[in-house]
Design a protein around this ligand. Structure first.
Ligand code: TXA
Ligand code: MG
Length: 321
């Protein structure tokens, strides 16, 4: 049987049997299992080669269902859910005992997200359990934005991949911690910080560094392809590369091509400077460059506003230390 398809009944049957299924979301593809079944959840960690200290996000069909898995949900969570769910936001909330410790990596909180993709929403409605799902990439690699990306990297470890086409946003969800008195953003993502702050009615603290113990998945080197990536702003000599031959160097640009570099060596995120388009193409372009014959990729920062912040956050994690 073909591993890729749109057979919801088959996907649901696999999940009920404790198997792993690749699922489409508006952000990136997820590697899903029954969140209430610790054995199934353990196989997610195994397939991704993910350290058990890195907690998983639990996906639900609607935010109302969070009451079954969380406690002391603040009013702000309901407000934000009304504004943005289903959508690219994950809420960190105090969990109850129905969520296995393996899902939350022993923390008293759980990440809750309502993904905005018709196939996955239908799937969640058919199931009587929520889905734990990290991004469907091997640990530390670029997140997948098509079903084929998932098949290429994890195909042999997954029972089925629901093919929902290319992800609309292409960057992971924005994570907000609402388990503490003063809400904090733990990951910049598909929902722009400005939009979130406007809905909350205040500036939000950001805690997205590699040393953040509450989002251990935000390791500094996290979205990294295998090729060497450097900031284009660095003086060429700082790359320690011989300067003579630039034919194996590619430039990943935000919108404007460089006048003095051949166009075939330049990869433009969005020619019109559109943040949505740039975010949407980022991971696919990193993947394409990783599979290319270029051996050095010089990346340019996006303007540090809106989704540009999340793009720069991912680039920062992808550049070679
Ligand atoms: O867009 C997304 O969020 C995608 C799609 C599949 O939903 N999922 C995703 O999952 O990006 P993952 O596992 O690749 O990233 C989840 C991040 C990790 O950095 C993890 O540390 C953090 O969420 N996280 C999960 N539960 C947490 C918790 N209880 N407290 C703090 N951080 C948490
Ligand atoms: Mg991930």
């Amino acid at each position: 049987m073909n591993k890729l398809g749109t057979d919801l009944h088959f996907a649901a049957a696999q999940l009920r049997a404790g198997k792993l299924v690749g699922i489409p979301t508006e952000t990136v593809y997820g590697l899903a299992a029954n969140a209430l079944d610790p054995v199934a959840v353990a196989s997610i960690f195994e397939a991704k080669n993910r350290p058990a200290f890195d907690p998983l996000i639990v996906h639900l069909a609607s935010f109302e269902q969070a009451q079954a898995y969380c406690q002391n949900i603040p009013d702000l969570a309901y407000q934000l859910a009304a504004a943005f769910c289903p959508g690219p936001i994950t809420f960190i909330l105090p969990k109850n005992t129905r969520i296995p410790d393996l899902v939350s990596s022993g923390q008293p909180t759980v990440g809750i997200r309502i993904p905005n993709h018709p196939l996955t929403l239908q799937l969640l409605q058919q199931l009587d359990f929520p889905l734990a799902a990290p991004s469907a990439n091997p640990f530390g690699y670029v997140s997948p934005t098509t079903a084929q990306h998932v098949a290429d990297q994890l195909g042999d470890k997954i029972a089925y991949i629901l093919d929902g086409g290319a992800c609309e946003i292409g960057l992971e969800s924005t994570i907000i911690d609402l388990s503490i008195a003063a809400p904090k953003v733990l990951r910049l993502g598909g929902l722009a910080l400005e939009q979130l702050e406007a809905a909350v009615g205040q500036k939000l603290a950001l805690q997205t560094s590699s040393s953040n113990p509450k989002a251990p998945g935000m390791l500094l080197k996290h979205y990294a392809p295998n090729k060497r990536l450097r900031w284009a702003q660095e003086p060429a000599s700082a790359t320690n590369e011989p300067l003579a031959d630039f034919s194996k160097t590619a430039w990943l640009r935000f919108s404007e091509p460089l006048a003095h570099v051949p166009l075939k060596q330049q990869f433009i995120l969005s020619p019109s400077g559109d943040f949505k388009q740039a975010a949407n193409r980022l991971f696919a372009l990193l993947r394409e460059l990783d599979n290319s014959t270029f051996d050095l990729i010089l990346v340019e920062k996006a303007p540090e506003i809106g989704l540009g912040r999340a793009i720069n956050d991912r680039l920062k994690r992808a550049v070679t230390p």
